[in-house]
Design a protein. Structure first.
Length: 464
């Protein structure tokens, strides 16, 4: 009876959990679960909660019968600074279709929304001594920015209202895990992903080829055509749209040196998401925003009976997802006029994206068992941010430039054998100063972006 109730609670959480998870390793969360987050995300070679399956499905059969639920408070600080240019080729056009000034300079933060609350949950049940089934639900990633004062040229001087985006992603992971022998376990999860998205204030990109534009002609005698999207009416201000998708997660864990060393390997396929039909004029490939393929290797070494060291390497292939990896269609001399070619319209296969590079993340952590009740954790992670200096223009909306995290955490065992875990994370401020970042057709000049983050989490776990 208790097993059925716990499973029903986990399934309910999977349905109700949609939440704003936030980018910290690009668009991915730093880690999965409160315990792993206390270790800066180290978890591929670990097995200590029913949420461990989100790091490596092979961990679940090592966890036993268990239920975990937690909540993270995530507080990012994101900002942008834009400086315009007197070389703006459109400001001299009579009528000035984008209402662009000949020069401009502003600085503002995108923090109108937040902090954000991110739940997590997991359930695992042993079918026998060598096999388990489980269900884990975690926020996977996302992004939110909201600039109250508008952004030139995103919505032009004629549209001084809020500009921003909100992306929310969650993974639901039914998991089967099997103990091959005394030292080796394997696991497989079906990755069921759900995401929501909305964008507002992007009026500067909603022009059509029927928009009246007076002479003189544009560059090289070309008459200026303000259309840059294949579906200008499905680019901004359409409210919330959502999509479901599916992928696979495969994992292995092996124990060596009399269980003092555990090695884990995990592979998460790209999650093929349904299209955002209401934003087919924004994201490449008709509104498709897949969740990138990622994989990693991790080790956990018991240096002493009380002290454990963990190390993970994670690879995230952002460039394989066109909506994320496509570069800005800036064209020759950063004119930006390649964006006005129908083959390069926003929403097409070649349409401009965020221009993110692939990312490799290194995570190092220590865990110390103070006594039978108290375990202490600390961790540090480092990665190169995925945004180059010439790609900061669109990334005003998604300034995911974090490179370093530092964390602390703890678990305290309660008298009945259940436990409470806590963590705190600080992501150090990083900025990227634009270089040839704003195309001339959109005002010229540079866009500088920066972000820092703090997060706190609490979780309750119970072996049954």
């Amino acid at each position: 009876m208790i097993k059925n109730r716990l499973l029903a609670a986990a399934v309910s959480a999977a349905i109700l959990i949609p939440t704003t998870a936030m980018a910290t390793n690009g668009m991915f969360m730093m880690g999965n679960g409160t315990k792993a987050n206390g270790r800066a995300g180290v978890g591929i070679g670990m097995a200590d909660s029913a949420i461990s399956g989100a790091d490596n499905p092979a961990a679940m059969v090592r966890v036993g019968n268990r239920f975990d639920f937690g909540l993270q408070i995530f507080d990012p600080d994101r900002a942008a600074e834009i400086s315009g240019s007197n070389g703006n080729p459109l400001s001299a056009v009579p009528g000035n279709p984008f209402n662009l000034p000949t020069s401009y300079d502003f600085k503002q933060d995108g923090n109108s929304d937040g902090p954000f609350y991110i739940p997590e949950g997991g359930f695992n049940y042993m079918l026998n001594d060598d096999m388990s089934i489980g269900l884990t639900v975690v926020g996977t990633g996302g992004m939110n920015t909201n600039y109250n004062d508008g952004i030139i040229p995103f919505n032009g001087a004629a549209f001084p209202h809020d500009v921003g985006i909100n992306l929310e992603q969650v993974r639901i992971l039914p998991t089967l895990s099997y103990r091959v022998n005394e030292n080796h376990t394997v696991g497989v999860s079906l990755q069921i992903a759900y995401q929501q998205f909305k964008a507002w204030g992007l009026d500067g990109f909603t022009g059509t080829n029927s928009t009246p534009v007076p002479s003189p002609p544009g560059p090289a005698g070309q008459v200026f055509d303000p259309q840059v999207s294949q579906a200008p009416n499905k680019l901004s201000g359409k409210g919330r749209d959502d999509a479901w998708g599916f992928g696979l997660s495969l994992g292995w864990q092996g124990s060596f040196m009399n269980d003092r060393l555990t090695v884990g390997v995990v592979y998460n396929s790209e999650i093929d998401m349904g299209e955002f039909d209401d934003y087919k004029g924004l994201f490449a490939e008709d509104g498709s925003l897949d969740i990138p393929e990622n994989y990693g290797i991790g080790i956990a070494f018991k240096a002493t009976d009380k002290f454990l060291v963990g190390f993970d390497i994670q690879q995230i292939n952002y460039s394989d997802v066109k909506a994320i990896g496509n570069s800005l269609q800036a064209g020759p001399s950063n004119s930006g006029f390649d964006m006005f070619n129908p083959q390069n319209y926003l929403g097409t296969k070649n349409g401009s994206g965020f221009g993110w590079d692939d990312m490799t993340v290194y995570k190092l952590a220590g865990e110390y068992k103070w006594n039978e009740q108290l375990t202490l954790r600390a961790g540090y992670s480092q990665a190169d941010n995925p945004i180059d200096k010439d790609q900061t223009f669109f990334n005003i909306l998604a300034p995911a430039v974090i490179e370093e995290h530092a964390t602390i955490g703890m678990t305290y065992v309660l008298p009945q054998g259940s436990e409470i875990s806590l963590f705190y994370m600080h992501a150090f401020e990083n900025d990227v100063k634009g270089r040839n970042s704003i195309p001339g057709a959109f005002g010229g000049g540079e866009a500088d972006i920066k972000m820092s983050q703090d997060a706190w989490g609490i979780a309750y776990g119970w072996n049954f």
